[in-house]
Design a protein around this ligand. Sequence first.
Ligand code: SF4
Ligand code: SF4
Length: 124
Amino acid sequence: MSEYTPPCAECGGKCCAYIAIELDKPRSKKDYDYIRWYLTHKNVHVFVDHDRNWFVEFRTPCSFIKQDNKCSIYEKRPNICRGHGDSEGSCEFYSSPYLLYFTSLSEFESYLDKKNVDWRYKKS
Ligand code: SF4
Ligand code: SF4
């Protein structure tokens, strides 16, 4: 059986272009407001993965990605990087990791409104 080789050159380095920090699932006005605050910042997005876990995502490329989209510290790359692209199933080239993806305040607010979520603070 031949070993899987991810198509990093064609992909453009999708999995090396951001970091993501897991969040508690938002449940309160305060939680929704924090997410609104994240989304007011450039290159900061929020997503829900296919296991329904919430993340804040910072779109910023890794300092160690080379022009050909290969890793320049491959032997000592962080452990989390080792799970990316070890099979088609774990490679973002083939499938999106996002169940929901919010790139702006208005997208998130529309989502909450569609779900009838009471997220607005009363004006003081
Ligand atoms: S998503 Fe897959 S093909 Fe793209 S850079 Fe990562 S491992 Fe390579
Ligand atoms: S350390 Fe290497 S594999 Fe990990 S994000 Fe950076 S370039 Fe990609």
